[in-house]
Design a protein around this ligand. Structure first.
Ligand code: HEM
Length: 503
């Protein structure tokens, strides 16, 4: 009994002395921010668990300014200069040590899979070079017919579904999840999973990835447990989320089969072929190729459907935007076959809507964290000591009134030269990051999402169903927003219907 008391008193003393140190003696004590955030991680982690993290951090930036201490050892920035100072190429090259991604975060969530996402700044380079070739504009444009196949087939099934079931409202989310899964599996490993054929039923990989992302968001908080409790993380069945999902049939089996084919002619165009082309040892490391194949398929499945659904939601919420986007399509194209990755690049209005969607509802909603190297580094003109976590908080940057007029409103005209938005600071908007670690799929994301939205708008007349809760885009989520169903009313557009009805 006595020893329990000693333990409790010891624990309480440790907590109190940590708290006193963090508030009054920590090297970050001069940085602005509330005491409750400086004192412990609890405030931050609670918001992650409740899913309100993005608004909580934004409120702190509104109150405290361009840099805020959001946890004992973490600074959050919305200062435009921080893009270059934290992530930029020149800043990295001029420094003796790079600001690495937060490896603790990846260890807890991905068990350091050494994929492109979590490789360190030395090891990622050769992987990134190969992936950049695979995801280049030219290489993607050649895959346009492959990508169109899945969307066209899904539209065909949607028409049949509406007439067979005699319904006019559907939840579009699983249809889009299935299109994205098949498209990315085909692009990555030259094989699809027949997901599109499931119509309104989401493929297991789509649902599993959705669940996994929620789990990952919670897992990331385990890294902040006191050392004495770190053993709890070991009790989790597996923290290597991507490998776990990759082992789930059919993805794991399909990736293994694809890798076994190596240089087979029939698979020479896919992303895996680019990853195993190079003879450098680390790139040829099969585990790395496998992890990257998993990343390429599953990253898409979670980010792209949310992005596409948010665009549809915003357009339908304001009929005048919906009309402008579909008029642009109908005046330019006579048939769906004319809508390709190449031709959609000319759609100025839809392009502005896509960009505004990325701003209003950013798919990477949280902070892209980096660790200051041991010798410290200067960020936005101020020295930050080694070991501190820093990063730009995407939601706060894209929703700050300092940078945007009516930031909470979806306004495509921001991007088409409208005078009302002339003062918007568009340079702070970097939805795919900045510097050597930018999103490898940034061209693909915009090309693919625009193609899917354009083909859907062309094929159907759409309305927003009142069944949706009024705050559909107000997602919860820590680094990727979690989303729900999106109910829309669909009617085949007349010219398309007659085109598809046999005479
Ligand atoms: C709307 C969709 C997407 C958005 C907004 C997005 C955003 C981002 C951002 C902001 C980063 C930088 C992270 C950092 O600096 O720490 C990133 C990295 C990355 N993204 Fe995406 N992404 C999207 C979709 C995808 C897709 C579909 C794929 C795969 C096919 C993908 C693969 C990657 C990879 C591999 C990295 C790591 C690159 C590196 O570290 O060098 N992303 N993404």
């Amino acid at each position: 009994m006595f020893s329990v008391w000693i333990l409790c008193v010891g624990l309480a003393l440790t907590l109190v002395s940590n708290l006193i140190y963090d508030i009054w003696f920590h090297p970050l004590r001069e940085y602005p921010g509330p005491r409750y955030a400086a004192a412990s991680r609890i405030w931050y982690s609670l918001h992650v668990f409740r899913g309100h993290h993005k608004n909580a951090i934004k409120r702190l930036h509104d109150e405290f300014g361009l840099v805020v201490r959001i946890a004992p050892n973490e600074l959050s920035y919305i200062d435009p200069r921080a893009w270059e100072d934290i992530y930029g190429r020149s800043a990295h090259e001029n420094r003796t040590a790079a600001l690495e991604k937060e490896l603790d975060f990846f260890e807890t969530a991905f068990n350091n899979s050494d994929s492109l996402v979590d490789a360190n700044s030395r090891d990622f380079k050769s992987q990134k070079n190969n992936a950049t070739r695979a995801f280049s504009n030219g290489s993607l444009l050649r895959r346009s017919p492959t990508m169109a196949t899945y969307i066209d087939r899904s539209i065909e099934l949607l028409r049949t579904y509406l007439s067979d079931k005699q319904v006019s409202t559907i939840d579009i989310d699983p249809w889009i999840g299935n299109i994205v899964l098949d498209t990315h599996a085909k692009l990555t490993i030259s094989q699809d999973f027949g997901a599109v054929e499931l119509g309104p039923i989401p493929h297991t990989l789509v649902t599993n990835m959705h669940r996994a992302v929620t789990t990952i968001q919670y897992c990331t908080q385990l890294q902040y447990l006191p050392h004495a409790l770190k053993f709890l993380t070991k009790l989790m069945p597996s923290r290597d989320i991507f490998t776990v999902l990759g082992k789930i049939p059919p993805l794991g089996t399909a990736i293994a089969k694809r890798i076994a084919k190596e240089h087979d002619e029939s698979v020479s165009q896919d992303f895996v072929s680019h990853m195993i082309q190079d003879s450098e040892a680390d790139v040829r490391n099969i585990a790395t190729v496998r992890s990257n194949a998993t990343v390429f398929v599953l990253s898409a499945v979670e980010t792209l459907p949310g992005f596409i659904c948010s665009i549809l939601y915003y357009l339908l919420e304001t009929p005048e935007y919906y009309k402008a986007a579909s008029n642009e399509l109908r005046s330019r194209f006579g048939s769906s076959a004319e809508i390709t990755l190449q031709s959609t690049q000319q759609l100025e209005y839809l392009g502005a809507c896509m960009r505004e969607g990325l701003r209003a509802s950013p798919p990477a909603v949280g902070t892209l964290t980096r660790r200051i190297p041991p010798q410290g580094a200067e960020v936005c003109g101020r020295f930050v000591p080694g070991g501190v976590t820093v990063g730009i908080h995407n939601w706060s940057v894209t929703h700050s009134e300092r940078f945007w007029t009516h930031p909470e409103r979806f306004r495509p005209e921001r991007w088409t030269g409208d005078g009302d938005y002339a003062d918007d600071l568009r340079s702070v908007f970097n939805p795919f990051g900045v510097g050597p670690r930018t999103c490898v799929a940034r061209h693909l994301v915009l090309l693919e999402a625009t193609l899917i939205v354009a083909k859907l708008l062309f094929a159907f007349d759409m309305t927003l169903d009142p069944k949706n809760c009024g705050d559909w885009p107000v997602h919860k989520g820590h680094f990727v927003p979690t989303r729900g169903s999106l109910f829309i009313g669909l009617k085949p557009h007349l010219s398309e219907k007659s085109a598809s009805t046999p005479a």
